[in-house]
Design a protein around this ligand. Sequence first.
Ligand SMILES: *Cc1c(COP(=O)(O)O)cnc(C)c1O
Length: 396
Amino acid sequence: MENLIIENNIQSYASVNGRFGEYGGMYVPPVLEGKLTELADKFMKYTRESSFEQEFAYYLKNFVGRPSPLYYAHRLSQHVGSKIYLKREDLNHTGSHKINNTIGQILLAKRMGATEIVAETGAGQHGVATATAAALFGMKCKVFMGAKDAERQKMNVSRMKLLGAELVITHSGRATLKDAVDAALGYYIENPHVFYLLGSQVGPHPYPTMVGYFQSVIGKEAKKQFIEREGRLPDNLFACIGGGSNAIGLFDDFLNDHEVAIHAAEGGGNGELGQTAATLSLGKVGVFQGTYSYALMDENGDVYPSHSIAAGLDYPGVSPQHALLKDTGRAHYHIVTDEEAIHGFKLLSHLEGIIPAIESSHAVALAEKILKGKAGQVSIINLSGRGDKDVERDLM
Ligand SMILES: *Cc1c(COP(=O)(O)O)cnc(C)c1O
């Protein structure tokens, strides 16, 4: 890993052999260790080939619709009293940033000779993006989803089925994302021919490095677009954080630009343990689902159930890279409650004619709070997805 990272990204926050400082690593049973080590090697090998880079760029442009616009939100800016741009990941094909990573991983799966893709999904956005990529490349696809999530994200369940994916609904635990990950990992261990396409910057090495790499296109584009418009770097970046992939996607290219302040909004739920998904703000350090990072657990290492109004943020673990960014103080992590997120959801819809995903609404609410009255500053909010999936829920 280290060579890949050092060539592309000269910074001390990056992964060295799957470690971000003391965080990250590969805490898995021996059967998985071999598979993941091979995956890490193949990721290194193939993503360095120019044919991979070209194919990835081709699909991002022609299938996903990149680059996504950096849109000046003039009415929101007026309302807040500070200039705000939106990085429009909501305009990507399938409606969120997730497709960037699924295209990257499926190109890797193809080169590794996999014939079946397995994935977990929370909000259903990653499941839809994976089912889409699998259809695009003619691969079999199985998606694991918690029953509670399937219930609150019905539209995405229908989309996955239409795209030809087999949906496996899990009822264990709280029937949300954590349980879907467990089930998907179990299937992956038992079936040697499958490729596990993980949807966020979590889990064992090499996933955090890999997902961060494929999502870094967001920040690379945003930086160029912002400099074209404003002739300088932004003062602040905002993103919501579930596992951490859209956030690191935007932040990555700015980590060494220390004049740029970095803020992430965690799914706060109602702000209390057992009723929150604010992992970095309220969690403890330990091993959870294959990686050493923060997790919502007690002193015995028992994991609290998570809760967020946003299925995509409802996960008790978090990216090891964000754990390092928190500890070093390079990025700031804030609790944004369900109620504040609903406010952000309505605010952007009313002011800009853009219905954000309830996940992304957390970032909107945080930006409003932090930027209030900061005239003269210019900021970017990562609008990780669109809210079509959320309009039929009773958020009004
Ligand atoms: C999945 C999802 C998220 C949260 O996942 P990250 O890996 O933290 O980005 C945020 N927004 C949307 C729209 C999502 O679908």
